[in-house]
Design a protein around this ligand. Sequence first.
Ligand SMILES: Nc1ncnc2c1ncn2[C@@H]1O[C@H](COP(=O)(O)OP(=O)(O)OP(=O)(O)O)[C@@H](O)[C@H]1O
Ligand SMILES: [Mg+2]
Length: 180
Amino acid sequence: MIHARGLSRTFRKKRGKQASEVKAVAGVDLDVEAGEIVGFLGPNGAGKTTTMRMLTTLLTPTAGTATVAGCDLLTDPVGVRRRIGYVSQAGSTAPENRAGEELVSHARLYGVSTAEATERGKRLFTELDLEGLWERQPKAMSGGQRRRLDIAMGLVHVPGLVFLDEPTTGLDPQARPALL
Ligand SMILES: Nc1ncnc2c1ncn2[C@@H]1O[C@H](COP(=O)(O)OP(=O)(O)OP(=O)(O)O)[C@@H](O)[C@H]1O
Ligand SMILES: [Mg+2]
């Protein structure tokens, strides 16, 4: 499912005459097979999010290679995107859109029919304890409810591979184990 070799990312910034360099990720080798659940553990700033942003094609590696869900990260990023779901640490819903619409239009982008997307979305709303919030705008939801909607967005198109970046942050204690 994921095979990465030497995946690295260095951020370089030139501010005035001062150049700065952050080696966020240096040489990650990773092999994940279908059916496996893998977690990154590391302190704040360790490079977990940066690694995930590279594996989800949002950030170009400065070195290294990877195949994700059978597609080459560098030569076939669209293929990777088609096959994955991603719940980003920062969240991903537009504040003004209705929650249900957001979910359905996301699934539509992956070729799911409106009827099927609506059915899946409603099921996810039930499973994630979001019932009654289909018409609500994310900006009018609580932090934990918004996080649950982020999780639904990562799952609604039924991807074969899901990346979850701290999905339980902001969820109440009883909801955390339920995510498994
Ligand atoms: N766009 C950027 N420009 C410069 N430095 C960056 C950028 N993005 C991340 N970094 C730096 O890269 C390092 C890794 O950050 P990253 O967000 O990957 O850590 P993390 O392991 O996800 O941390 P956390 O547990 O806090 O979410 C940090 O030192 C961070 O400051
Ligand atoms: Mg992070």
